[in-house]
Design a protein around this ligand. Structure first.
Ligand code: NAD
Ligand code: WQD
Length: 344
């Protein structure tokens, strides 16, 4: 058994897939989550896949006393993966204070407590949103951080700065910041996946819900961009590939493999896929049509962004393996599982 890891937001989409990979790699996992955007049933899914039931504690990371008590009770936590955050870009524009509080105070609480309880490292969930519209594609980690287009995006930038400043000040821990591109898909078992709250804002859950007949039509936001087919381009990465990168990052932190106390990595495939290409991949992979209509641009959308993942490939020894064609089928299988369970 490897060390004990605390996964905040571990009942969520990326967190649950990461817990599976951590357990598969031999880590002992403690999940904390306030279930504000997830369901405790996910713990059953994780157990079904791995044969191990992770410890789950319902806890709000804003509650510092509760966090303190957790570290005091579950002694020996060596690493943290911090997923817990609010993530709806549009909602953050309307509820900025909620977003700043939830996404910043939670990190401050963890960083305060790490030295007290001898936690050696923290992996932080950041986002390619920090690059805005990059000037050079594919985008590398040294590309400038552009002014955030939403309070949500700003919280990721601020969180990165907080971690940088804390480490610069000599606080006794290391950190790896992971900038995710667009995670999609679900575990191949379809035991866990993404559970969007209400009408999905993200493309893939909207595609699968439309294919299922839950939504009558997908709106494609714009076909007049400066891209080959006019629709926006993103780097869609299989959530399991993404999850595996967290295990490598945690190994690196705990095995002291790097000289730098802070490292930042892009997690993407390096392949840009347009909205229309993604729909085509879905239809080809599943044989199910997605009724769609081209509508106007969505405010705040970036025209095109995809990763240069070479830094992660070389330094972490990690590469995204799955194709978007295979990944999108796992999203469909998950959607079908939700229907079987009568959820959506
Ligand atoms: P998610 O909403 O599925 O998971 C986040 C989890 O954190 C949820 O289970 C939620 O209940 C929990 N949570 C929220 N606030 C909490 C709090 N105060 N205390 C305890 N638990 C709390 O989201 P996700 O897609 O799995 O994203 C995980 C992380 O990755 C987030 O930090 C998100 O900003 C970041 N991220 C996500 C994407 C994406 O496209 N999904 C892209 C880039 C970065
Ligand atoms: C992808 C593409 C849309 C829905 C957001 C956040 C970002 C990150 C990931 C966390 C875009 C188009 C979408 C629809 C569409 N999250 N689209 N019709 O915008 O790249 O990123 O999630 O950090 O911060 O901003 O992802 O899935 O919303 O959109 O045409 O109904 O699909 O215009 O081009 P996005 P998305």
């Amino acid at each position: 058994m490897k060390q004990k890891i605390l996964v905040t937001g571990g009942a969520g989409y990326i967190g649950s897939h990461t817990v599976v990979e951590l357990q598969n790699a031999g880590y002992e996992v403690i999940i904390i989550d306030n279930l504000s955007n997830s369901n405790a049933d996910v713990i059953d899914g994780i157990e079904k896949i791995t044969g191990i039931r992770p410890v789950f504690i319902k806890l709000d990371c804003n509650d510092k006393e509760a966090l303190n008590a957790l570290f005091a009770t579950h002694t020996g936590i060596k690493g943290i993966i911090h997923f817990a955050a609010s993530k709806a870009v549009g909602e953050s524009v309307h509820k900025p204070l909620e977003y700043y509080r939830n996404n910043i105070v939670t990190l401050l609480n963890l960083l305060d407590l790490m030295p007290v309880y001898g936690v050696d490292g923290i992996v932080f969930s950041s986002s390619c949103t920090v690059y805005g519209q990059p000037d050079i594609l594919p985008v590398t980690e040294d590309a400038p951080v552009k002014p955030a287009l939403s309070p949500y995006g700003n919280t990721k930038q601020i969180n990165e700065e907080i971690i940088r400043d804390a480490i610069h000040a000599g606080l006794p821990f290391k950190s790896i910041i992971l900038r995710y591109f667009n995670p999609i898909g679900a575990h191949s078992s379809a035991e866990i996946g993404e559970l969007p709250n209400g009408i999905p804002q993200n493309l893939v859950p909207f595609v699968t819900q439309t294919a299922m007949g839950i939504r009558s039509e997908l709106s494609v936001f714009g076909n007049d961009y400066d891209t080959p087919d006019g629709s926006c381009i993103r780097d869609y990465i299989h959530v399991v590939d993404l999850a595996k990168a967290h295990v490598v990052a945690m190994d690196r932190l705990l095995e002291n493999k790097s000289e730098d106390a802070l490292e930042t990595f892009n997690l993407g495939t390096g392949r840009g896929v347009s909205v229309l290409e993604l729909i085509e991949a879905f239809e080809k992979g599943t044989g199910v049509k997605v009724p769609y209509r081209i509508v106007g641009r969505r405010e705040g959308d970036i025209e095109k962004v995809w990763a240069n993942p070479e830094h992660a490939n070389k330094v972490l020894g990690w590469t995204a393996r799955e194709t978007v064609e295979d990944t999108i089928v796992t999203a469909w299988n998950w959607q079908k599982k939700l229907r079987e369970r009568g959820i959506q």
